[in-house]
Design a binder for this molecule. Structure first.
Ligand SMILES: [Zn+2]
Length: 403
């Protein structure tokens, strides 16, 4: 284990220092809290550990590590897909994590904190990927687990989390508004006092974001790529902000010379962040429910201001993509490159295509798409296609000529 460089938990806006175990926004100004680390010493990593824990010095301190081998995900060049849209695209494939999504990075840190803090269990609310990750890691840690799921979660996602044996409650209107979500989590905490609220969003769990910044560390140090743009599927904004924070830390330690421009991607019809960015708003304004996009993990009506900060300070932009283009991109990256990502991840590829055609990015500029989850998370679109069987084995040669 590495010595943690953690210094304190501080408000991003007014810089007030809060207790390390805070599970809220700043009591003084309502700003989002963020872990501050000692960056005055040279970067050091633990080469004996794999994945995110190589960078464990940049996490809050834990006495026990709960890991299933998350992180160290592949970065893959996509020559055929790139040619088809006239750009230069790399994919960071988070679907190779143990439960098939980037949330495993957070669950590993979260359950390590819960175990180190002597908690009896963890609870969360999730559209699916976070729930599967938290259920798996709490099983591995031997802790209790309660998941509140939204009513429109796909059955394939619920099926996966069920396998890990958590208690599950399906709740109507769970994510309808920020207020409803707050109420649900507060009611759960009051019923389970010695359990950890593991809801993955900076306003509730600011320190968990530090697990996600390892994506920036891996891109810079392991994949050795300095892309012009990084396209990030964005719901609450944590991933976007965490990657930004990772790059900021690397800049401060003089490990890199510049950070990529960060691009927030949302589905059209569920794009509060894109609208607020384009209207130069100081905050992410809630949009009227219901949120509509085929990208289930991005179906949100609200966001948080740390994501706006990440886009603006990196010199990036925000873009929304319609369902038809998301599905087209998902098929294309699978058929041309053998990369099967979930619908919400394919938003990034649709967005790169759109940004190229709108000349928001140049054809010679490098773009990395963060493919946050595996296509196995929900392949119902593909399983609905009919494939009638041949009458006999003798019919194969004739059938080959037809296809
Ligand atoms: Zn504050």
């Amino acid at each position: 284990m590495q010595t943690s460089r953690f210094v304190e938990l501080r408000c991003l806006d007014c810089r007030t220092v809060h207790p390390t175990d805070s599970h809220s926004v700043c009591a003084k100004c309502g700003g989002i809290l963020s872990g501050v680390y000692n960056l005055s010493e040279k970067l050091s990593t633990n080469s004996e550990l794999r994945g995110i824990w190589r960078y464990g010095g940049f996490f809050p301190p834990v006495s026990e590590i709960v890991t299933l081998g998350e992180g160290s995900t592949p970065l893959v060049k996509t020559p055929r897909f790139s040619k088809s849209i006239g750009g230069k695209v790399y994919c960071k494939i988070e679907g190779t994590n143990p439960t098939g999504s980037f949330k495993d990075r957070i669950a590993s840190l979260g359950l390590s904190l819960a175990k180190s803090g002597g908690k009896k269990g963890v609870f969360t609310a999730s559209s699916g990927n976070a729930a599967a990750a938290i259920a798996a890691y709490s099983a591995h840690a031997g802790l209790g687990c309660l998941i509140l799921v939204r009513e429109d979660s796909t059955l394939s996602k619920i099926a996966q989390m069920r396998a890990y044996g958590p208690k599950i409650l399906r709740v109507r209107n769970l994510f309808k508004t920020r207020h409803e979500l707050d109420r649900a989590l507060a009611k759960t905490q009051s019923a389970l006092r010695d359990w950890l609220n593991h809801f993955i969003w900076a306003p509730y769990n600011p320190l968990l974001l530090d697990a996600l910044k390892t994506i920036a560390y891996e891109l810079a140090l392991d994949d050795r790529i300095a892309p012009d743009y990084l396209f990030v599927p964005t719901a609450g904004g944590d991933l976007l902000y965490a990657v930004y924070k990772g790059y900021r830390e690397l800049l401060e330690m003089s490990v890199i010379e510049k950070m990529p421009k960060l691009v927030a991607v949302q589905g059209k019809g569920a794009d509060p962040l894109v609208r607020s960015f384009e209207q130069h708003r100081p905050h992410v304004d809630e949009i009227k429910p219901p949120a509509r996009t085929i990208a289930g993990a991005l179906r949100v009506t609200f966001g948080a201001d740390h994501s706006l900060r990440a886009i603006r300070e990196s010199g990036g932009f925000a873009i929304s993509v319609p369902d038809s283009q998301i599905l087209k991109a998902q098929r294309k990256i699978a058929a041309l490159e053998g990369i099967f990502c979930e619908v919400s991840s394919a938003t990034t590829l649709a967005a790169i295509d759109l940004a190229l055609s709108q000349k928001k990015i140049g054809r010679d500029e490098t773009a990395v798409a963060l493919l946050t989850g595996s296509g196995f998370k929900d392949y119902s679109v593909f399983s609905r296609q009919k494939l009638p069987p041949l009458a006999s084995i003798e019919a194969i040669p004739k059938a080959i000529k037809k296809i």
